[in-house]
Ligand binder design. Structure first.
Ligand code: MOS
Length: 735
């Protein structure tokens, strides 16, 4: 921990990049109008499985302004080196324009490059593709065995769950289903690619500039240092920019083929084809319990979809193993290959669906046993992580529930379902636990203090809207002893010191710790310079006694003895000082580290129409130290809104006849709008977790989404007496 006074960290700062965003000066990927740029439009397959038998590009090519139409018939063979590059599931990634196979509806089959976007769009419509189509399989619940990666199971077990279930005093066997969801960020994917010899620069929407750099290098068979990826601003992503998708390769390929910079901007419809989604799940859960509500057994059978060419995995097992004290647990996972594109992590990945099943089931058990659902959870609170035997670094779930119950007025609740009415509306309340891993990644940063007393700190991290620019500025400002306005944080450039993907809520912890280390080193350098400088008022002082505040170094407890960075650097004829620092998590963590949430929801269900309205929500979080309270609150509200979507609205609908996504637009794919969102309240428990990392933070961005849907589902049950085990909960299910 830094001994520096902390004044920026913990302050409710507004975003340092807020003005750039609201005035339109923040440049997102598609905003980069590189000199000489031309436009590419992707043609998508209109069948869900089969072979391309012919592509007629003559009409397209005849359009004035069309530079080239690229298909598998004329595309160069690309290297597609099989080295581990970025974040990729096992299997063989989709290779663009390398063969005639159609693997899913909407697969890129051609790209038209033209001098204007309008010409490219028009010409793309004129490309005629003929197919030899086969029946595609896209339904998780009805999937014939076909070729492709073999489904596999990853069994886990402790104790003897089957035996314990068989002899349990109370037993529940439940099947939950969740639908496919798309991330649907406001900013659509875009890439601008520009080659210079065998070096390429990409302005791209990505949550991992280094992953994109490595992927493009391996696809084109060039060294990673020949690829530079820039991603200064991101308009939301929720996970779907963690991989380098086909359109990025297409942009680079097209740019190389036409010898000019190329821009690709996916349409909203194309956002449903090749940029990932939360896979549909079937989750069979059996619980065994004593009559007094002590869990004795849990079995989890998970089944979810993947593509035939890659085996998508996500962390869906932890909750079943560590959330409750349960002596007997078994888990199996079946990953079902279908004629679909590969899924990708979406906010709260894996945990979110597991929490819906587990936290709904626990609520069902509580109802059956006549035990308050919070009380039931407290009775099954584990003393340690039963999956590893490790002590928790911090676990304050009980406190989350205590604070939340008081704040929400839980004690006033009549536990009987369908007991509260407000006119036509049935009113209900529900709770559920949220919990997410503390993922830690290696990160580095660089800091430079200039003679004018301002600093620039940088790391190849990202800001998907989470507020990284701001939170890193806060950490840096305190460690350097500068005001926030004297510090500039830069990110989103693969040439900067390496950082992990902005995923799995690891950025604040990992990059934040690296930024602090870097700025600590830089401050120490300045202090050393001062105490060794005979002309400094600090000459001969103990370096450990010196703090920096407002850009001025002074002896702790004696503010008059000191000088500013500017004075120090000027006298020493230094234009700047600089330092590089890092964060590396220990190889084996000694503790079990998770963030926790208690989610509370109140809903109103129209007794005749089945319509569900969320009336209020409260989240109480144990997320470790909060660097940036305003941003943390914003994350929590966003997580609740996302959870309302998952619970009540979001559902990617596929026409299983041909694999077409029916609602591939924001008119038909429902996401919550302002009118769907009531008063939301977020409370973060004060505290820190220095066992997790040097800055005491845990994880937050995923955590706030997990537990929202089951809290709403449990409230719907309490309101109506109707248990819906399928997301989204629709009016039809409640009629
Ligand atoms: Mo998050 S789903 O890892 O962007």
């Amino acid at each position: 921990m830094s001994q520096q006074p902390q004044s920026a960290v913990g302050a409710p700062l507004s975003r340092v990049d807020g003005r750039l965003k609201v005035t339109g000066q923040a440049k997102y990927a598609a905003d980069h109008d590189i000199e000489g740029v031309v436009h590419a439009v992707v043609v998508d397959s209109s069948v869900g499985r089969g072979r391309i038998t012919g592509i007629d590009t003559r009409d397209a090519e005849a359009q004035p302004g069309v530079l080239k139409v690229i298909t598998h018939l004329n595309a160069p063979r690309l290297a597609y080196h099989d080295t581990p590059a970025g974040i990729r599931p096992p299997g063989q990634r989709l290779r663009v324009f390398q063969d005639d196979a159609v693997r899913f509806f909407g697969q890129p089959v051609a790209v038209v490059v033209a001098t204007t976007l309008e010409v490219a769009q028009h010409a793309a419509d004129l490309v005629r593709v003929s197919y030899d189509a086969e029946q595609s399989a896209t339904d998780l619940n009805d999937s014939p065995a076909q070729d492709g990666p073999r489904p596999f199971t990853q069994p886990y077990s402790r104790g003897d769950a089957q035996q314990a279930l068989a002899s349990a005093e109370v037993r529940k066997d439940l099947t939950f289903r969740t639908s496919r969801n798309h991330h649907n960020p406001m900013e659509t994917h875009a890439t601008v690619a520009r080659w210079n010899g065998d070096k390429v620069t990409l302005w791209d929407k990505t949550q991992h500039v280094l992953g994109t750099r490595n992927e493009i290098a391996s696809v084109f068979g060039v060294p990673p240092e020949n690829v530079r990826v820039l991603s200064p601003f991101i308009g939301g992503a929720f996970g779907n920019s963690l991989r380098t998708w086909p359109h990025v390769t297409i942009a680079a390929l097209a740019a190389r083929e036409v010898g000019r910079p190329v821009k690709i901007s996916l349409t909203r419809r194309q956002m449903y084809f090749t940029v990932g989604y939360r896979p549909a799940y079937e989750y069979k859960l059996s619980l065994g319990s004593t009559r007094r509500g002590r869990l004795t057994a849990m079995t989890h059978e998970m089944k979810y979809e993947t593509s035939r060419y890659e085996q998508f995995w996500e962390a869906n097992r932890a909750l079943g193993q560590m959330l409750y004290a349960v002596p007997h647990v078994s888990q199996t996972i079946q990953i079902v290959p279908l004629d679909v594109s590969t899924p990708l992590w979406m906010r709260g990945p894996g945990y979110s669906n597991a929490a819906f099943a587990i936290e709904s089931a626990v609520d069902e058990l509580a109802h059956e046993l006549g035990i308050d659902p919070i009380e039931l959870r407290l009775r099954n609170e584990p003393a340690a992580d039963e999956s590893t035997g490790q002590q928790f670094s911090t676990r304050r779930l009980t406190e989350c529930y205590r604070v939340g119950a008081r704040e929400f007025g839980w004690s006033r609740r009549n536990p009987r379902p369908r007991s509260t009415r407000d006119g036509d509306w049935l009113i209900g309340t529900g709770v559920a636990t949220g919990c997410y891993d503390v993922v830690r990644g290696q990160a580095q940063a660089h800091a430079r203090l200039d003679a004018d007393g301002t600093a620039v700190v940088q790391s190849a991290t990202h800001d998907t809207g989470t507020g990284t620019y701001t939170s890193m500025t806060q950490v840096a400002a305190d460690a350097l002893g500068l005001a926030v306005r004297q510090v500039t944080f830069r990110l989103g450039d693969s040439a900067m010191p390496p950082a992990p993907p902005q995923g799995a809520s690891q950025t604040m912890l990992s990059v934040g710790s690296a930024v602090q280390d870097t700025c600590d080193k830089l401050r120490q350098q300045a202090i050393t310079l001062a105490v060794e400088d005979e002309r400094s008022p600090l000459h001969g002082a103990d370096a450990g006694d010196i703090v920096v505040r407002g850009g001025r170094l002074h002896v702790k407890g004696n503010p008059t003895r000191g000088e500013t960075y500017r004075q120090l650097l000027a006298r020493n004829n230094r234009t700047h000082l600089e330092a590089r620092g890092s964060y590396t998590p220990e190889a084996e963590s000694r503790f079990s580290m998770y963030g926790y949430a208690a989610m509370f929801a109140e809903v109103a269900v129209d007794a005749r129409l089945g319509m569900v309205r969320v009336r209020r929500m409260l989240g109480v979080y144990d997320a470790g130290r909060i660097i940036s309270p305003k941003l943390a609150e914003s994350q929590a509200i966003g997580g609740m809104v996302g959870g309302v979507g998952a619970a009540l609205l979001e559902h990617t609908v596929t026409d299983h006849r041909d694999g077409r996504i029916v609602n591939a637009d924001l008119a038909d794919y429902l996401v919550p709008v302002n009118a769907d969102i009531p008063d939301l309240k977020a409370v973060y428990l004060e505290g820190e977790d220095y066992r997790a990392d040097p800055i005491g933070v845990k994880s937050l961005g995923e955590l706030v989404q997990i537990g929202v849907a089951p809290a709403i589902a449990n409230a719907v049950f309490h309101a109506t007496g109707r248990r819906v085990r399928e997301l989204p909960i629709t009016a039809e299910a409640l009629l």
